[in-house]
Design a protein. Structure first.
Length: 268
């Protein structure tokens, strides 16, 4: 629903924010730019997969835990950047990535009367899968944004997600129960606007400072997510899970500082 509202809005805004957007769109149909078009569409496919997986996880396990496990994606982004861009992690980076994974393990919820072990396992796997596909999105976006502006790139990613969402409805029809559409549309509009702004800024960051640094800085919100979930939807976490979220947040901050110091020393 949010893509249905945001994609046309993005198309209108894109022409004002970036007047050369139509020219860039047309250039994608040239033979020498076909690989850029395929990369942009591939990022849309990856976005659809990681958003779908994340929503599945949020529906099965607490939001703060699902987002914390998802925000381990800088670990996967760093590994993929090492593979494709030769940006090898340092010994300190390996240590911090291990700390992040330990913190993620501490956030895993226990089975209860309301949540079976199978439900929790599916939610955990969906969160991790979402993180992996988001890491793939960041790395492919870095490659694509070397030759493509972030604003039309973001629109193509969202339009591809809208297309795939529509196709998925042919195979997974929504429930026939009566739904309260008014709050769903309001939530979709708000969520769509925030997503558009967030993805545009993230893609600008990827283009400016690279996928690894952008993902590390952007992933500094697990603790804030848990706090917002507690304040707005009354989700509660036990002490061990709070410690795990704190460890993940600290690990991401350490990675961010280590990456910044490496760039600073190399520039000097």
């Amino acid at each position: 629903m949010r893509m249905l509202l945001v994609v046309p809005l993005m198309a209108a805004v894109a022409f004002k924010l970036y007047p050369s957007a139509p020219k860039e769109f047309k250039s994608l149909f040239r033979r020498d730019r076909r690989n850029v078009m395929l990369q942009a569409f591939g990022c849309g496919v990856l976005m659809f997969v990681y958003i779908t997986s994340l929503y599945i996880a949020i529906g099965l396990i607490p939001t703060g835990i699902a987002l914390t496990l998802f925000f381990t994606y800088p670990v996967f982004t760093a590994l993929l950047s090492w593979k494709f861009f030769g940006d090898a992690p340092t010994s300190f980076s390996w240590l911090v990535m291990g700390i992040i994974l330990v913190g993620s393990v501490l956030t895993v919820p226990q089975s209860s009367a309301t949540d079976s072990s199978n439900t929790i396992a599916i939610g955990i796997c969906a969160s991790v899968i979402a993180g992996i596909f988001n890491a793939c999105y960041n790395v492919l976006a870095q490659k694509c944004l070397e030759q493509f502006h972030p604003i039309p790139f973001t629109w193509i990613s969202f339009a591809s997600t809208l297309l795939l969402s529509g196709v998925s409805l042919l195979f997974f029809s929504p429930p026939s129960a009566q739904l309260d559409w008014t709050p769903m549309w309001i939530g979709s509009i708000f969520s769509g606007l925030v997503s558009f702004l967030g993805h545009t800024l993230n893609n600008l960051g990827i283009r400016t400072i690279g996928a690894t640094t952008a993902s590390i800085i952007g992933a500094s919100s697990p603790a804030m997510t848990a706090l917002v979930a507690w304040a707005t939807i009354s989700e509660t976490l036990n002490v061990i899970q709070c410690v795990g979220i704190g460890i993940v947040t600290l690990g991401i901050a350490l990675l961010s500082r280590e990456k910044f110091m490496r760039k600073r020393s190399s520039s000097n």
